[in-house]
Design a protein around this ligand. Sequence first.
Ligand SMILES: NC(=O)c1ccc[n+]([C@@H]2O[C@H](COP(=O)([O-])OP(=O)(O)OC[C@H]3O[C@@H](n4cnc5c(N)ncnc54)[C@H](O)[C@@H]3O)[C@@H](O)[C@H]2O)c1
Ligand SMILES: O=C(O)C[C@H](O)C(=O)O
Ligand SMILES: [Mn+2]
Length: 546
Amino acid sequence: MKKSYEILNDPFLNKGTAFSKEERAKFGLNGLLPPYIQTIDEQAKQIYVQFEKKSSLLEKRHFLMEIFNTNRTLFYYLFSEHVVEFMPIVYDPVIAESIEQYSELFVNPQNAAFLSINEPENVEETLKNAADGRNIRLIVVTDAEGILGIGDWGTNGVDISIGKLMVYTAAAGINPESVLPVVLDVGTNRETLLKDPFYLGNRHERIRGDRYYDFIDKFVQIAEKLFPDLYLHWEDFGRSNAANILNKYKDKIATFNDDIQGTGIITLAAILGALNITGEKLTDQKYMCFGAGTAGAGIAKRVYEEMIENGLSEEEAYKRFYLVDRQGLLFDDMEDLTPEQRPFARKRTEFPNSKELTNLTAAVKAVKPTILVGTSTVPGTFTKEIVEEMASYIERPMIFPLSNPTKLAEATAQDLLKWTDGKALIATGIPYDPIKYNGATYEIGQANNALIYPGLGLGVLASGAKILTDKMISAAAHSLGGIVDVSKPGAAVLPPVAKLTEFSETVALAVGKCALEEKQNRKPVDDIKQAIDNLKWKPEYADLSF
Ligand SMILES: NC(=O)c1ccc[n+]([C@@H]2O[C@H](COP(=O)([O-])OP(=O)(O)OC[C@H]3O[C@@H](n4cnc5c(N)ncnc54)[C@H](O)[C@@H]3O)[C@@H](O)[C@H]2O)c1
Ligand SMILES: O=C(O)C[C@H](O)C(=O)O
Ligand SMILES: [Mn+2]
């Protein structure tokens, strides 16, 4: 049994001023806390008053992280009461600032596992130490080469693993004791970090090739051995590794790449939501992706699979897609295409002016897409000219600037509404408050994978699925339909973050059911709804007095 300071310093057990008289006596806490005993609600109210006094968002984040560091239950209690307000602070976009300054602002390792490529022999010991006897069911791991759209942040990227896990708990009730954030420090190519005296990571360039993949494999093997019921979530790997890693493991273990699959699901859900508003068919759409990297190609693949489900042949389906990257519209004679881009590349013979289609404006004019999705990391690239062009040939263009954080978005929602006279069907990566335009109020859907991965994970964990199948992924995308009242003017294409906890359960149920239908469950599950309820953790203090 832990006693006095050991229990006060354990964020999973600590209750601070909420320890009862009996608990104080039992755990040697008498006199170690002020005498008044608070309820969790009193604690939360008091902390929220302090929180409101912080002037900058980053300060607010750090204040909340102090609570996280010392008392997980209280942190999640507070989070659950202020989901809409806390999401952008705890998670995207403020998390980007926190990652950039991670080493400078470091105070607490937050129960993460830091694995160094220079010490592969320590992987097992580190994972054991970090788990500290807990039954780990969910790991979020990053190597931080492609943090959001801000690139390579080395060890600082551990914050994205921590942040993604916080959303799992807040949205889907994943028990915080069952999760482990991991960073694989394989070096960094960011010069400023390598020269920064405060940088806390390995000071060398990124290791690539066999040594890198061996290290990944070692991590996977040991994690699977130590934690047999594990669901492994990959986050923010670089374009040259993300898909390779997913393809290597996706048919062998329960695993998920958020940027490829999570973004694919939420963006397809947003498209389905938009089609619900217009009454159009998916198979009639022309899809253009701007920035065909990890997320861009992942989304295209998911929408392509949906077109196939809707009855198109592979050939017909590929014809609906146009990928634009640094080179402009991607053609099949280009030698530098990624394996994920190649099947979508077009033939030059389709366009008399193919040589001129080297930028987005020219590509939009030539193709006339009905859907434009931005995952380019290049801000302001959905220009007035492009957006007005789209509005000239289609009544309700779907325009989704998805690059994060705020400073990298391809356009703002306000501009998109203004340039299309309120006609654009919009989804953005970062959250927006409702926008008033021309007397109407527009709700803006947030196509951020955070709206899907918590429920998806809960469904996988509750069903005990061996792998995450394509059908389960498709079920997740379809499960968000019907939540938004599309008859309302200014309706959003996705349900609001305010309903995150409710629809995470909807997603979990759809995914869990599908896993059982596909016989992917490791053990028998009688009632998936019950299994989901049983797994859900609530931010309430357990009575430790007996
Ligand atoms: N909303 C979401 O849920 C979500 C999910 C994942 C990624 N994203 C965002 O998408 C962006 C990309 O992330 P990623 O992981 O795919 O990165 P990535 O590096 O794999 O892909 C970016 C792609 O954009 C291309 N690109 C860069 N500059 C360009 C230019 N000037 N013109 C055309 N293409 C250009 C790159 O060549 C690359 O193919 C990031 O900003 C990220 O935050 C959003
Ligand atoms: O982290 C986010 O906000 C979404 C996404 O995973 C990203 O990389 O941008
Ligand atoms: Mn990501």
